[in-house]
Design a binder for this molecule. Structure first.
Ligand code: APR
Length: 311
């Protein structure tokens, strides 16, 4: 079988790390695309990673480019084109500027790579993935937004830290929009099969939920010049990998809902199965009344932003 091809649109902080992780996991050859102003940046990152490959013997190669023709034929595309937050900004503050970029990117994907499985990472996440699908007109099961894997990994990280246990044994799910009212499902979280609610007191749980919701802003506050990039890159790669290797993993992602959760026509963070067919299933776990109310609040925030998007 031929080597897979991974198109990375945006070669900034997340884009560079995506390229590195994709090569280290031997997922496929990488095309790192950016605008002409960043030509040196993507050519430099490509060269640097290709030289690193000699050390450990990686077989995949990275090409830096500003030409959409090089993106053609990508099996997977991950979009990180867009401006990151600065301290004090909300993700919604990025809407106008990143929507302009998304219009350009989505139209080019439609022209050059309409067969790709496309994962959007640019913020505000749920609105950008909505715009991406509308403009590119790609089938709904081939377009997703990466947020849930990241939000869940933040939640797991804080749980493992609070318990002093291995992060590998924390099973959790964060539902909803990629904003401050996302919904970590505490009641459904287990640690090595043991319910988390039996292991931590309510005030500790509340603090973990709050820190998870504000997890992106915590990183912006520390970095000051931009937002998180290592964990976002790893999270998006896990989704790309599940598609490329047909792993059929159940991962939280922003998918187009058509009636599930009582939502119709919006992308929203829910557990999905990702395999060779793209989004192969959308799962709908039973929620109690307080979880439903929290999810509705998160949806209203997403809806407000999406409804303000003029395509
Ligand atoms: N096409 C391709 N790339 C573009 C375009 C475009 N039209 N416009 C901008 N870019 C590129 C920039 O040149 C830059 O190299 O996108 C890259 C973004 O990189 P960073 O500024 O380092 O941002 P990063 O931290 O990678 O985050 C990117 O992901 O998590 C979200 O909120 C974050 O929206 C932001 C995005």
């Amino acid at each position: 079988t031929r080597k897979k091809k991974i198109g990375l649109i945006g070669g900034g902080q997340i884009g560079g790390n995506l390229a590195l992780i994709a090569v280290q996991k031997n997922l496929g050859d990488v095309v790192l695309f950016d605008i002409p102003a960043a030509e040196g940046l993507v050519k430099g990152k490509a060269l640097d990673i290709n030289q690193l490959s000699a050390v450990d013997g990686y077989d995949c190669r990275v090409t830096g480019t500003t030409d959409w023709k090089d993106v053609a034929g990508s099996d997977v595309i991950i979009i990180t084109a867009g401006v990151p937050r600065k301290p004090g900004m909300s993700r919604e503050d990025l809407l106008d500027i990143n929507l302009k970029i998304m219009r350009d990117v989505a139209a080019n994907i439609k022209t050059h790579a309409p067969g790709a499985f496309v994962i959007n990472v640019a913020n505000p996440l749920d609105a950008m993935v909505f715009a991406l699908q509308k403009i590119s007109e790609l089938p709904k099961h081939m377009v997703v937004g990466m947020a849930g894997v990241l939000d869940t990994s933040r939640f797991k990280c804080f749980v493992a830290e609070a318990l002093g246990c291995s992060i590998r044994d924390v099973e959790a799910l964060v539902l909803g929009g990629h904003g401050d009212d996302m919904v970590p499902l505490v009641r459904h979280t287990t640690v090595g099969g043991v319910p988390l609610t039996e292991l931590l007191a309510q005030d500790k749980l509340d603090a973990i939920v709050k820190r998870t919701r504000e997890g992106g802003a915590e990183l912006v506050g520390l970095y000051k010049t931009g937002s998180a990039y290592f964990a976002p890159a790893s999270s998006a790669i896990s989704m790309a990998e599940s598609f490329l290797l047909d792993r059929k993993r159940i991962l939280p992602a922003a998918a187009l809902l058509e009636g599930q959760y009582g939502i119709n026509g919006y992308f929203f963070g829910v557990p999905v199965q990702i395999g060779a067919g793209g989004v192969e299933k959308i799962l709908t776990p039973k929620l109690d009344e307080s979880e439903k109310a929290a999810l509705e609040k998160s949806f209203q925030s997403v809806k407000k932003t999406v409804d303000s998007v003029k395509l």
